[in-house]
Design a protein around this ligand. Sequence first.
Ligand code: SF4
Ligand code: SF4
Length: 373
Amino acid sequence: MNTALQAVITIEGLGAMLDILKDKGYRVVGPTVRDQAIVYDEIVSLADLPAGWTDEQDGGHYRIVRRNDDALFGYAVGPHSWKKFLHPPVQRMWHAERRAEGIHVTPEPIAKERFAFFGVRACELHAIAIQDRVFLDGAHVDPHYRARREGAFIIAVNCSQAGGTCFCASMNTGPQAKAGFDLALTELVDKNGHHFLIEAGTDTGHALLAELPRRAATQDDVEAAKSIVARTAASMGREMRTDDLHELLLGNLEHPRWDNVAERCLTCGNCTMVCPTCFCSSVEDSSDLAGAETSRSRHWDSCFTMDFSYIHGGSVRSTARSRYRQWMTHKLATWHDQFGTSGCVGCGRCITWCPVGIDITEEVHAIRESEPD
Ligand code: SF4
Ligand code: SF4
């Protein structure tokens, strides 16, 4: 792999990148403003990006507000993550028809679509790597995920400002993209204009970069990009100590804080829906009224529902206390036992999009504070 090429492109160069990706047959998806939020959707041109917007985030609070410049990536992550493309909320698995000769079952064809993900943050690259472990590394590989994942071209963006609920610096997952991308951008908006430091992470990225109008990066460009990332790392909205989480949480399964959080938690499942690493699903069969056709679909599920842990006779986790505890201890402790990493990348979405502002960092802190020294 040749990763030597580090260059600077202008905003026109970024537009050329989009055109090249579309010409190569990629469906380009990236950030755009919709319903007063920055979400991920199809990008046709740079005009679709959230130029001049930023976001305010806190527990149960999200607003987009105007910036005083035209930065294209001057905000943190919104409610969507890339899992909605790689592991869609609903995936048909097979379809069956009753025919004269018997039942005919057709597996769902593997989609041929190739995505270019435009504007992937460092924490999201880690989240994709975590989902790769779940869907690709075990004995049972998900062919739909594999096809989308193998076909994807990833353009990362180093964060130029931290969101109010971000804590990727604590989780060692950001704000700088270090691996898992084809190309990585750092947006530079300063007295010299509006441009992007760009580097290749793979041969495919390198080949695309070679097609772009560009100039060589100077030491000043590289230093400017470094200082942006350092400033972002120093301004995280949240932080969380992580070295003792496994012992802390598993040693406090009967802690009274679980009752406290259960009094606030609505068990709505929002935190699991917005989380870029949550992967649980359920299957549903549906048939037509004539009984001639039926299909099976997989859909996102949440450990916050009663049905999730239902086995013959009732739910294993029947209380909000047990369901919140299951979610948090899995994310931060037993995920390590299962997959060898944390299940949390510190993106802050579960804090921002919790309707009552429950904050995973605050819950950990409360349990740790009550530990004897
Ligand atoms: S923690 Fe918040 S988002 Fe998650 S289930 Fe409870 S109320 Fe809903
Ligand atoms: S648990 Fe919360 S902060 Fe961690 S990755 Fe999921 S949504 Fe982001």
